[in-house]
Design a protein. Structure first.
Length: 395
């Protein structure tokens, strides 16, 4: 039986800590969302309470040719400083003499944020020497970057090989809350899976069918399931190569006696554009030039009693093209439905685009738990071994 190493398993008092966080929140030189920064604060406070020197390390975006001012983590230092009401230093690299000098100046209770790890190609290549250089800065490694655990990058899997290591409080919470969905969910357990592609969610759908009582499918991926049942979907987004897969998932749910709910009606338009004329149609009456852009009211009426009686609810993936307000209605409706169950059910939001959507609605505090990791949470629920988690486990 593998156990996740936590802060209780390591002596970090008065140590220099390399704290891997996920501050992948900067676009065009600005912090676009403080959620992941806020979620790292409990671990930072725990380390400060033990007089640690803290070195924060994170990636941001996908820089192509080294330094990119638009993707620099410098803006994060000020946002974090404002949140914790404490100065946060910043250094323009993550390895090298300048970094070593700044780390040497750290005193107990001080914090230094390193520049974007991905400005070095060695990070994504899981380079041994790059990792060794970073490990040389600290006495201990703590990983709180759950949203990146599905990537075998140097700061995630190689640095901890050189140092005593453990998960931070966020990593521990993410792992415990998400694995509890699979191991000990209160029943009835309802999973709502939306988004665009079946191809990225095959294994998580299968695993949830093994564990849940009801699985509700929305988003553009529902179109492929409808095609599998012989429906015409007009010009709607679909993955025709996965129609057979969709048929298999429908049959698997039937064999497992799990209720699989597909949309019975849609909001359709000729183009995916705000302000365009749109209307509601039955799933069987989508015309050849229609695009299904949101789920209809009859489907949502079907979903409400299921949500109302659920004791565990997991939601990942919006139900429509929610980035366009006209087609975010069903997702907003679902967000409010689930929020009403906060004190009566375990309500878990599966990170990524869904968490961002919840943020836009200013509803973060209305759920039991919101994951910081979209892809990572889905891969964990799919039963995939995640390299960033594996290195934090012990027998």
């Amino acid at each position: 039986m593998h156990k996740l190493l936590t802060l209780k398993d390591v002596d970090y008092s008065r140590k220099t800590v390399f704290l891997r966080v996920d501050y992948n929140v900067v676009e065009s030189g600005k912090v676009i969302d403080e959620f992941r920064i806020q979620q790292s604060i409990p671990t930072i406070r725990a380390l400060l309470a033990k007089n640690c020197k803290i070195i924060l390390a994170s990636h941001n975006g996908r820089p192509e040719n080294g330094f990119d001012k638009n993707l620099s983590l410098r803006p994060v230092a000020q946002v974090l400083a404002d949140l914790i009401k404490k100065p946060v230093g910043f250094v323009d690299d993550c390895v090298g003499p300048e970094v070593e000098l700044e780390v040497s100046k750290l005193r107990p209770g001080e914090i230094l944020l390193l520049e974007n790890l991905r400005f070095h190609r060695a990070e994504e290549k899981n380079n041994y020497n790059f990792a060794k250089s970073m490990a040389g800065l600290a006495d201990i490694y703590i990983d709180d970057a759950f949203a990146n655990v599905h990537r075998a990058h140097a700061s995630m899997v190689e640095v901890p090989k050189f140092l005593p290591h453990a998960s931070g409080l966020l990593m521990q919470q993410e792992y415990e809350r998400l694995t509890a969905l699979l191991n000990v969910p209160a029943r009835p357990f309802v999973a709502i899976i939306g988004g665009v592609k079946i191809s990225t969610k095959i294994e998580v759908l299968k695993n949830l069918i093994n564990k849940a009582d009801t699985v509700i499918i929305g988003g553009a991926m529902a179109n492929t399931f409808l095609q599998a049942q012989g429906y015409q979907i007009g010009k709607s987004i679909t993955e025709e190569n996965y129609i057979g897969t969709a048929k298999g998932i429908i049959e698997y749910a039937r064999l497992k006696k799990v209720e699989l709910i597909l949309p019975k009606d849609f909001i359709v338009a000729k183009k995916p554009r705000q302000g365009i004329k749109h209307h509601q149609v039955d799933s069987s009456k989508i015309e050849k030039d229609d695009i299904a852009l949101d789920i209809g009211k009859e489907t949502m009426k079907t979903i409400w009693p299921i949500i109302k009686s659920a004791k565990t609810i997991f939601w990942n993936g919006t139900l429509g093209m929610a980035e366009i307000p006209d087609f975010a209605w069903a997702s907003r409706d679902l967000a409010h439905m689930i929020a009403l169950r906060k004190n009566k059910a375990d309500t878990v939001i599966g990170g990524g685009d869904t968490a961002a959507f919840i943020s836009k609605l200013a509803m973060r505090d209305r759920y039991g738990f919101i994951s910081t990791g979209g892809g990572a949470s889905l891969e964990l629920l799919a039963g995939t071994k995640l390299p960033g988690l594996e290195v934090l486990m012990r027998e």
